[in-house]
Design a protein around this ligand. Structure first.
Ligand SMILES: Nc1ncnc2c1ncn2[C@@H]1O[C@H](COP(=O)(O)OP(=O)(O)O)[C@@H](O)[C@H]1O
Ligand SMILES: [Mg+2]
Length: 316
């Protein structure tokens, strides 16, 4: 495939979700799927026609094989060393009430968290158009953090731009302040994505307004900072110029994955040379679509869906 290509690395997880509304304390069954912030972005990019490689360590088990099968089925190129000494991690999603989601992670000591720098050896980072990272991977373990740092150094040495989605997961930071690490990766990046709460972690001044938060992150060095605001949309700040976009109103089933879909839409347009308006237009569409599906990535848009009239309830 010609055209731009993206490398991302992270942990692929099994996803177990309750099929009804209520707690796992009572509900009788679970549905099986897969997820992971970086692999979700990879699927979003692949569905939009961008060549993308996901790299991550998986266990020698059914969930690990499911992670790699689903990514390959979605057109993502997969580099996944198999770790025979640790299981594939998983998360459980419950819906205590309609439109609300409760997630618990079971990933401590998982295969994905045992990512190590030598896992990068099969890929030539300099051959990609973009390296996409999140704040999750470096929080998984010291070896995963070292791996992300090596990937950053190789990308920088080869002049490959980096995008960084903060994606703060408080349970991964029980007794460490994440701010220095997030600032380190933001400084190394061309593009940074953060929710308002996440941006506040990186800020050195106690600002709360989105533009102030974006300015705080921009001080660290990235060319472009995008603050996502959930149902209130997003603002992209590039130099002096701030561009706002409302979210698209949709019937919300589950907002998990919206940020990943948004990032995939934004990066796809960025890679294809679209301006900030086009990047945001596609990002809010892909972000909204993700909210309409209970799975983390299953509702992500395909490029072929972008021109289809969405009002027709039945299409034959
Ligand atoms: N309820 C919603 N309705 C429509 N779009 C949404 C909704 N929630 C999120 N989005 C879209 O997804 C983007 C990312 O969502 P956000 O919740 O900010 O990120 P994250 O999933 O990382 O927490 C938003 O900027 C918006 O465009
Ligand atoms: Mg996010």
């Amino acid at each position: 495939m010609t055209g731009p290509s993206v490398l991302t690395l992270g942990e692929g997880l099994g996803v177990l979700r309750t099929s009804g509304i209520g707690s796992l304390a009572q509900l009788p069954d679970l549905l099986v799927g897969t997820g992971g912030a970086e692999s979700n972005v990879a699927i979003g990019l692949a569905r939009l026609g961008i060549s993308v490689t996901w790299l991550g360590r998986v266990g020698d088990d059914g969930l690990g094989r499911r992670v790699t099968r689903e990514l390959r089925a979605e057109g993502v190129q997969v580099v996944a060393p198999i770790d025979t000494t640790a299981p594939t991690g998983l998360l459980i999603k419950e819906h205590p009430s309609p439109g609300r989601t409760f997630v618990t992670y079971h990933r401590a000591g998982s295969a994905g968290s045992r990512l190590r720098p030598s896992d990068l050896d099969p890929v030539d980072i300099g051959s990609f158009s973009l390296l996409h990272l999140t704040g999750i991977t470096p929080a998984l373990s010291p070896s995963a953090r070292a791996t992300v740092r090596v990937a950053v150094a190789r990308a920088q040495a080869a002049g490959v731009p980096i995008s960084f989605d903060v994606n703060h997961r408080s349970t991964l930071w029980p007794d460490e302040d994440p701010a220095p690490l997030y600032r380190e990766f933001a400084s190394a990046s061309r593009l940074v994505f953060a929710g308002a709460d996440e941006a506040a972690i990186l800020a050195s001044d106690p600002v709360t307004a989105p533009l102030g938060l974006a300015a705080e992150i921009a001080k660290l060095g990235p060319e472009e900072v995008v603050i996502t605001l959930g149902a209130d949309g997003a603002v992209a700040v590039c130099g002096e110029k701030a561009t706002w976009r409302d979210a698209l109103p949709v019937p919300v089933v589950d907002t998990v994955g919206a940020g990943d879909a948004f990032v995939a839409g934004y990066l796809a347009e960025w890679l294809l040379g679209g301006g900030i308006d086009q990047r945001l237009d596609l990002a809010v569409r892909t972000g909204a679509a993700a909210c309409t599906h209970p799975g983390d990535w299953e509702g992500f848009l395909f490029r072929s869906q972008l021109d289809v009239d969405g009002d027709d309830p039945v299409r034959r």
